[in-house]
Design a protein around this ligand. Structure first.
Ligand SMILES: O=C(O)C(=O)C[C@]1(C(=O)O)C=C[C@@H](O)C=C1
Length: 290
């Protein structure tokens, strides 16, 4: 009964509330990571070249995430369908008894993910934008802060599966015809390929059209702009120094200094978080009628 009640509350509005709350987690996690400089050795496999097997030639952050996920798997973290690990091959069985999470996701689509894309974006693109250059030796703290950032981003982006499920339930007919177009185009492309011996490009272009139709259906540009402006604002509110001088301070600069540049957070959402969430949404929908 409790499950049914929870399930009944599942809607696009409840899903958006979850995404809004996750913004806080993401902004806070970035602020925490920004306490430390870039700390290059954390990411450099040669730093652990002398370590024993299986740790040698992995970066410290790589090992930190793998081992943390193993501990968290024991505590049941990945039994929760909201959570997707970065290293699924590494997981150990949970120690805890199962919890009856509401069964919201469609099983054939539940495991779609973009974990490798998130990993690459975080280390190659995002980190250099909000950390200062330098090395203060606090490597374990740095890796721990990276883990929290990665998990918050992953939870938000992979929640795209729940967003899609809510949208599909709201308009099953609209989505079903766009999803079925996939099946038709798959058959068509196989037929064309065998008939015309075409190269792979023609197949790709047919798939792209299906994705485009779904992408148009699930996109709300006004909502995206609201989200980007809100996270920018959160970066300002959460990331300023708090004083108790009632604004009477004679600080030389009246321009607030933020711990993480709000503009970076705006673009993090615009360039990666929202596009990756939409990618998850499309992939989920493509499997929604399997
Ligand atoms: O709120 C939605 O409808 C979503 O699909 C989420 C989201 C986002 O990532 O914030 C993604 C696509 C939409 O265009 C708007 C917002």
């Amino acid at each position: 009964r409790q499950l049914e009640e929870k399930d009944n509350q599942f809607s696009l509005a409840s899903v958006r509330e979850f995404l809004t709350r996750e913004e806080d987690s993401i902004v806070f996690s970035l602020i925490e990571r920004a306490k430390y400089p870039s700390n290059f050795p954390v990411y450099d496999p040669s730093y652990l070249a002398g370590a024993a097997f299986p740790y040698h030639n992995h970066s410290l952050v790589d090992i930190f995430v793998r081992e943390s996920e193993a501990v968290q798997a024991r505590a049941g973290r990945y039994q929760n369908p909201e959570e997707i690990p970065f290293f699924p091959e590494n997981l150990v069985p949970p120690l805890v008894p199962p919890y009856q999470y509401p069964k919201v996701l469609y099983p054939a689509a539940a495991s779609v993910n973009v974990r490798d894309t998130i990993w690459q974006m975080y280390f190659d693109q995002l980190l250099p934008q909000f950390t200062s250059k330098g090395d203060d030796g606090r490597y374990a703290l740095t890796a721990a802060a990276d883990l929290v950032c990665l998990q918050a981003l992953s939870r938000r982006i992979h929640y795209g599966r729940f967003v899609s499920e809510a949208k599909f339930r709201d308009a099953p007919n609209n989505y079903s015809s766009a999803i079925r177009a996939k099946v038709v185009s798959q058959l068509l492309s196989i037929f064309l390929l065998s008939l015309l011996q075409k190269n792979k490009n023609s197949e790709t272009s047919i798939f792209v059209q299906d994705r485009d139709a779904l992408m148009r259906l699930l996109t709300f540009e006004v909502q995206e702009e609201t989200v980007k402006r809100r996270v920018e604002e959160k970066a300002k509110v959460f990331g300023q120094d708090v004083t108790v001088d009632n604004g009477t301070s004679t600080n030389e600069s009246s321009r607030p200094q933020y711990k993480v540049d709000p503009n970076v957070v705006y673009h993090l959402y615009g360039n990666w978080v929202i596009p990756f969430t939409k990618q998850v949404e499309v992939e989920y929908l493509l499997h929604r009628l399997d």
